[in-house]
Design a protein around this ligand. Sequence first.
Ligand code: HAM
Length: 420
Amino acid sequence: MAQRFQTLKGFRDFFPAECAARNYVFDVWRRIARRYGFVEYEGPILEPTDLYRKKSGDEIVGQLFCFQDKGDRDVSMRPELTPTLARMAAAKEREFKKPLRWFSIGQFFRYEKHQKGRGREFYQFNCDILGETSPLADAELMALSIDLMRELGFTKEDFRIRVSDRNAWVSFATDKGVSDGQITDFLQIVDKMERTPKEKTEELLGNLGLTLSDIEGFIASGAEASPALKEVLSNLEARGFAEYVEVDLSIVRGLAYYTGAVFEIFDIGKGMRAVAGGGRYDQLVGLIGGVDMAACGFAMGDMVITDLIRETERPNQLLEVAEAFASGVDVSIVIADPEKQGEAAGVVQQLRESGLRVIAPFSPAKIGKQFQAAEQAGAKLAIVIGGEYPELTVKRLEDRTESTVDVSGLSEAVAGLLSS
Ligand code: HAM
């Protein structure tokens, strides 16, 4: 018996309906990014593993799909785009006027435990501003992420953007006597606090000379802890976005390169993982490319957002789009006289050149079967080409009304019928 294959765990097939849904999300991502004046770029899918070892952090390095290539190089499928972007921005630093406003849509790979909202392959929309230190750049990215959610049909009943400042945490820890070498460990304890038993967190903090109540006290101080956050908040408020924003200092983000304001988007009530996340990383371009360049950005994945659209009643456009893929054609040709194959080919070409989506049968079949195929394809019109050619019968499948048209006026007649 033939061996049966399945996708690898955490990898997905995209059948046409799923592809239509995915492309709808891509389309919203692109549209909003352009509205904010961002331009699209792309990097390679395979990178030297060292690029991620530099500053992405242990967690992501532990999840790499990495291997030796035929030239014995240690390479990895990209788990994220930010280190690639840092390399690219540094390499052509002089060629572009700053600040750069760049976005990208691409596929990423992380060997994570496969679960709801998490795969080993996923798409991300990345949006970054490089060469700008003002907190207004952070606010611009947060506003863009809010507008993405709104464009996808969500309201303030559905999501919040939680903002924090990693820099404020570093100052707090330094004031409390945590040494520079221990800061990364400290941030990781805070990052994992929600998912770690309380006693364990207390023990880990104790090793650094801190207590849980120190941490809780700092979290309670909110925006007071960070002048940068205050500026971000008042800018978002001026845009009318205050109701979407929540200060939550418990957010520090898992990736190691963040240096300032950080944020994540969460659904309200559904308890899903973060829909998007990002922040300021002013040192990464220097570390990777040797050029000092301030930067901030975020990424939104396709998996959580798609689940959220499917599970929220209002934003159902995704489902409509997925269903609409079934009507992928405007016109289906019915060849009533097999002798007229050549004429049919000419008609098909004429209609396609006028911009219509047209299909025709590849082999002879009974007329009834051809009409059935037209309906199954979701065609709006069937055009019958038979012995009366150049006279053709055009049938509107919705109400089965018929008209006769000469081939010379076909495109016009079809356009009229489709718009009525
Ligand atoms: P991240 O938080 O690791 O950030 O990922 C951002 C988003 O990508 C997540 O909120 C989630 O939607 C999606 N995502 C991440 N891992 C998976 C997975 N295994 N399966 C499905 N979706 C996933 C970054 O990647 C940063 N590089 C973002 C950034 C850009 N920071 C600055 N610029």
